[in-house]
Design a protein. Structure first.
Length: 401
């Protein structure tokens, strides 16, 4: 239904001490039964200090009414946030990865508890800010919840439930991203020495290639071809196969020693078999027999974490990737090679994986110290220093003191 007439709305002042301009106008709503209902809507346009005159307040209202006064304007469907969220879960969420869906469901549950029964038309930035300020969870959790809200709200605009971007202007609690741990070559060697097969080979492979733990679980025997490794699938929680995170397969060259270490996992096996499987012991003989494909969370929790606890270290499988990125940087590998091996689209992400190598740090500190020593020595020799009795001593004497 097109607009009935051009609207200018109504502007008035509200409040005694802290006066604000309020704008009122009419909007059409499409009811679930298909009928059109016209309702009054009002919003705060700004304070008297921000908009000193009524004319300026009217300009702000005109800007907001531009959508309603547009010839293409149509009545917007009415729904509560909970109804909108359910529609989004049904139409959009299935396109996301299973692991992403789990976190999104948790975020939506928090939003529904806070604003689920509020109509979408009545949700604004002020209301969202009140909700966020009342949450006692960590800044990281709040950041994730706002990100999920944005994923829901943007389709709501496309579906004509609203024309406002209500999340703009939100102030979030400061969150400092913790530094990701990074395994050095010495640490990788210690982890391998304390590990059994197939995990000893897995840690070596991840340290050399930097592939993700889900990609390790997704490897098949046929993905090892000569001196090359092809990463073309990954495993999610529950052992479901999917494409890698980058969306495309990656090909790695392997070192001769890595090829030899992988040989027992390849020889005499079918190409479509999982490269690494869980070793299972029979109850009667205790002999190891082939199990099923590895699951990303399980093999890290059961076989990497105990070793790290024994060594007194923190971290997880991702620390191997950061160590690999750091080694590539120390080898001066081209950025294109690093991005391809790590599966990063953006070079900034690759650089964030690069950590300072202790040996390089010592070398740089030594070189900087030598340069400073040289400059300081030259400076002392070329200047005079006041003595306690008022006379001057030369720089060489100052050095001796």
């Amino acid at each position: 239904m097109a607009r009935r007439r051009y609207q200018k709305g109504h502007v008035y002042l509200r409040g005694k001490r802290d006066k604000v301009w309020v704008g009122r106008w009419k909007e059409d709503e499409l009811q679930p039964d298909g009928t059109i209902h016209r309702r009054h809507k009002s919003e705060v346009l700004g304070s008297k200090a921000e908009l000193p005159t009524k004319r300026l307040a009217q300009r702000e209202l005109d800007r907001r009414l531009s959508v309603v006064n547009s010839p293409t304007y149509r009545a917007r469907p009415s729904a509560t946030f909970e109804q909108l969220a359910e529609k989004w879960k049904r139409l959009v969420m299935p396109t996301h990865a299973a692991s992403t869906q789990r976190s999104e469901k948790s975020d939506i549950k928090a939003w529904v508890a806070a604003i689920g029964n509020i109509p979408v038309r009545d949700i604004d930035c002020e209301l969202l800010q009140q909700v966020i300020s009342g949450w006692t969870c960590s800044p990281k959790t709040i950041k994730n919840r706002v990100a999920t809200f944005r994923l829901i709200w943007d389709p709501a605009k496309a579906w004509k439930y609203t024309a406002d971007t209500v999340y703009e202007g939100l102030k979030l609690k400061e969150w400092v991203k913790p530094e990701q741990l990074c395994f050095t070559l010495d640490q990788v060697a210690q982890i391998m020495r304390l590990s059994k097969e197939p995990y000893r080979t897995i840690w070596r492979l991840v340290a050399e290639t930097g592939i993700r733990r889900g990609e390790v679980c997704g490897l098949n025997v046929g993905d090892v071809q000569g001196n090359m490794l092809i990463v073309q699938r990954a495993v999610t929680k529950g052992r479901q196969l999917k494409t890698p995170k980058s969306g495309k397969k990656r090909v790695f060259s392997l070192s001769p020693s890595m090829i030899e270490q992988l040989r027992p996992f390849v020889v005499g096996r079918q190409p479509n078999e999982p490269l690494f499987i869980t070793p299972v012991r029979t109850k009667k003989t205790g002999k190891k027999i082939g199990g099923c494909r590895l699951e990303p969370d399980n093999f890290v929790k059961r076989h990497l974490k105990p070793i790290l606890e024994k060594l007194g270290w923190q971290g997880g499988a991702h620390a191997f990737r950061h160590g690999n990125a750091t080694l590539l940087d120390s080898l001066r590998a081209p950025m294109a090679v690093r991005q391809e091996r790590l599966g990063h689209v953006d070079g900034k992400t690759t650089m964030s994986y690069t950590h300072m190598v202790s040996a390089d740090d010592v070398k740089v500190a030594s070189e900087l110290g030598s340069m400073l020593d040289e400059k300081l020595q030259t400076g002392f020799l070329s200047q005079t220093v006041p003595n306690s009795n008022g006379s001057e001593i030369r720089g060489s004497q100052a050095v001796a003191i």
